[in-house]
Design a protein around this ligand. Sequence first.
Ligand code: PRP
Ligand code: GUN
Length: 182
Amino acid sequence: MSVITVHDKSFVSYLPESLILEKIKALADELNRDYAGKKPLFIAILNGSFMFASDLFKELHIDAEICFIKLASYKGTKSTGHVITAIGLDTDITDRHVVILEDIIDTGKTMNEFLPQIRNQQPASLKIAVLLHKPDATVFPIQIDYCCFSIPNKFVVGYGLDYDGLGRNIRELYQLETGPSV
Ligand SMILES: O=P(O)(O)OC[C@H]1O[C@H](OP(=O)(O)OP(=O)(O)O)[C@H](O)[C@@H]1O
Ligand SMILES: Nc1nc2[nH]cnc2c(=O)[nH]1
């Protein structure tokens, strides 16, 4: 087990890159089957999902489009409770098969605030695919359609996820040594 320090906190190794990529490949296989002939539109939520979205999209072999929006609510290891849309949606999603890509659903607040905006635009279908889900931390009821890993309620960094701006470039996932995230 390796330990790293990011800012003032210690994190221990949790999910190796090989396992993350294996799960993403399995998810892509499922999406290739479920969305064949539907030309889905993937909406990736920046910043945290950039690595997940990139690795997943490379494994899709069907006709598919991707666009990006930027939502943010975390400061340090805690949710501020306010979800800010820093870059909004610039693509018409009416009658499109939409799949939202998120790195993590923790409290569920971000998704809970974003989903009504998407539903208002009447997509043909709407599904959510996440790399990580913390079921014990989720307080807003979100239906997650595709999930790579259910994880305990501990703050994680790496593979696109940050602690106060740092750690996104770490290839594997690390977990805070002690304590819950919120
Ligand atoms: O379920 P929740 O408790 O709302 O947490 C999930 C959100 O938190 C992270 O975003 P963050 O606000 O850290 O922004 P970032 O992606 O730019 O790091 C993550 O990317 C999700 O969007
Ligand atoms: N980096 C990071 N961002 C989050 N946003 C919500 N939960 C988390 C988490 O555990 N780690």
